[in-house]
Design a protein around this ligand. Sequence first.
Ligand SMILES: *[C@@H]1O[C@H](CO)[C@@H](O)[C@H](O)[C@H]1NC(C)=O
Ligand SMILES: *[C@@H]1O[C@H](CO)[C@@H](O)[C@H](O)[C@H]1NC(C)=O
Ligand SMILES: *[C@@H]1O[C@H](CO)[C@@H](O)[C@H](O)[C@H]1NC(C)=O
Ligand SMILES: *[C@@H]1O[C@H](CO)[C@@H](O)[C@H](O)[C@H]1NC(C)=O
Ligand SMILES: *[C@@H]1O[C@H](CO)[C@@H](O)[C@H](O)[C@H]1NC(C)=O
Ligand SMILES: *[C@@H]1O[C@H](CO)[C@@H](O)[C@H](O)[C@H]1NC(C)=O
Ligand SMILES: *[C@@H]1O[C@H](CO)[C@@H](O)[C@H](O)[C@H]1NC(C)=O
Ligand SMILES: *[C@@H]1O[C@H](CO)[C@@H](O)[C@H](O)[C@H]1NC(C)=O
Ligand SMILES: *[C@@H]1O[C@H](CO)[C@@H](O)[C@H](O)[C@H]1NC(C)=O
Ligand SMILES: *[C@@H]1O[C@H](CO)[C@@H](O)[C@H](O)[C@H]1NC(C)=O
Ligand SMILES: *[C@@H]1O[C@H](CO)[C@@H](O)[C@H](O)[C@H]1NC(C)=O
Length: 387
Amino acid sequence: MFKLVITILCLALIADAAFVRIPLNKPNKRRSVKNINALAAVLRHKYNPRKNVTSEELRNADNDAYYGAITIGTPPQHFQVLFDTGSSNLWIPGAPCAASDEACLTHNTYNASASSTYQLNNQSFAIQYGSGNLSGYLATDTVTISGLAVANQTFGVATAESNASFIAANFDGIFGMAFQQIAVDNVVPPFYNLYTQGLIDTPVFAFYLARNGTSSRGGELTLGGVDPKHYVGTLTYVDIFYESYWQIQVDSFSIDDTLVCLYCFAIVDTGTSLFGVPSDLYIGVQNAIGARSDTFGNYLVPCNYTSYLPVLYVNINGTSFNLTSDDYIVPVENDKGDIVCMSGFINSGGPVWVLGDVFIGKYYTVFDMEKDRIGFAPAAVNATVLN
Ligand SMILES: *[C@@H]1O[C@H](CO)[C@@H](O)[C@H](O)[C@H]1NC(C)=O
Ligand SMILES: *[C@@H]1O[C@H](CO)[C@@H](O)[C@H](O)[C@H]1NC(C)=O
Ligand SMILES: *[C@@H]1O[C@H](CO)[C@@H](O)[C@H](O)[C@H]1NC(C)=O
Ligand SMILES: *[C@@H]1O[C@H](CO)[C@@H](O)[C@H](O)[C@H]1NC(C)=O
Ligand SMILES: *[C@@H]1O[C@H](CO)[C@@H](O)[C@H](O)[C@H]1NC(C)=O
Ligand SMILES: *[C@@H]1O[C@H](CO)[C@@H](O)[C@H](O)[C@H]1NC(C)=O
Ligand SMILES: *[C@@H]1O[C@H](CO)[C@@H](O)[C@H](O)[C@H]1NC(C)=O
Ligand SMILES: *[C@@H]1O[C@H](CO)[C@@H](O)[C@H](O)[C@H]1NC(C)=O
Ligand SMILES: *[C@@H]1O[C@H](CO)[C@@H](O)[C@H](O)[C@H]1NC(C)=O
Ligand SMILES: *[C@@H]1O[C@H](CO)[C@@H](O)[C@H](O)[C@H]1NC(C)=O
Ligand SMILES: *[C@@H]1O[C@H](CO)[C@@H](O)[C@H](O)[C@H]1NC(C)=O
């Protein structure tokens, strides 16, 4: 297999492009409490892959997930994909769907024979995740994102999926935005090709996730740069450890003035809805916010207490970022249709913290592959910033 050894840093700029905005969508349905366990299982699996098993992220429709439109092939076939900084492959379901593959039947599928730019690859492709499996073959075709046509992009075409929680997902597939080092089959991620083919000037992308967004205006992903309209103040940058996940050192986590963790390892992941806490600290964090476990293992607080809850401080490279209960308490619907107040902290299943959408929604986040760093600044919160 061809292997891209050089990093994208070394490549010359080719075209005079660009800085591109992708509108993001977000389901406006409220998530259901019974889906949270499935979500947590996926997360635990994601950062603790067994040997020779590659993990991948999935979302179901009731969980917050930020996704947007791409097309594949000539003429274009349309898909909605979850933009996931916690994985590195693009995949979508393939036609024809097996009769038993309900997840395929309920989503858009890629028909290779209907595309004049399809190129046979024929290598097998398999991803395993917490709640099911996905397998198929690799294909190469033109992938267009926000009008930018990436030629010869290799991606996974799923032909078999076990019945997993993503049957009802609002997106068809996943668009991985982490580094090639963790890509299944070492496939070059689409963002690398956007840059190496000169479609964007700078290998930087940034997420604005509107916490109060709607399904049609859920936020914005910018490709090739940063949009200053989406944040206030200055960006605090922190270097990543090395190229794999987007992973950083957080100086400390504190709850009010109690230190929870000093010099801690965190992954910044748009594909995780909530906020992952290392296993050994998880119960302590739930206790610190007064959350109690229900019979499903979800941690809840009485909704009339949320204004008394402490503040979580996340200190990154000398700057203090905080989450208040408005940010880390998530209203969910229980079996009776009542709204209950769930803790947004979930067990990451390992030693890592996961700064998911609960954090990225409050802090505009810049992923910089040129300088191998991540930047954060308070997100601008008003409706006008989505224009
Ligand atoms: C992983 O797979 C490779 C290639 O199939 C094999 O050589 C290696 O022994 C496997 N490693 C483990 C830990 O199973
Ligand atoms: C998936 O579920 C459907 C019905 O919900 C069932 O008919 C089908 O056999 C299941 N497929 C697999 C692979 O389990
Ligand atoms: C795929 O496209 C080909 C060529 O247009 C068409 O003949 C075939 O029916 C399509 N297959 C499916 C499953 O849609
Ligand atoms: C694709 O791979 C399969 C399994 O390795 C092989 O049987 C088949 O001949 C290959 N097809 C082509 C067109 O190379
Ligand atoms: C894509 O692949 C085709 C055929 O291999 C080649 O002619 C073309 O130059 C490639 N385009 C890019 C942008 O790599
Ligand atoms: C998923 O993969 C596991 C481990 O490889 C296997 O045991 C299981 O049967 C697979 N399930 C499906 C539905 O393919
Ligand atoms: C979101 O909407 C709720 C209720 O409408 C409001 O209380 C909250 O302040 C809003 N949050 C943001 C960040 O705009
Ligand atoms: C902290 O930020 C400064 C200024 O941007 C940078 O030079 C330094 O490398 C950063 N430190 C870490 C640990 O990322
Ligand atoms: C919250 O509601 C419970 C039950 O409805 C009530 O007993 C309690 O006093 C309330 N607490 C506050 C702080 O309002
Ligand atoms: C949390 O951070 C915001 C934005 O930086 C700031 O305005 C606010 O005062 C901070 N709140 C606390 C309790 O530190
Ligand atoms: C919305 O936020 C932007 C960026 O912070 C600011 O320039 C603008 O004045 C705000 N608009 C309103 C109506 O608050």
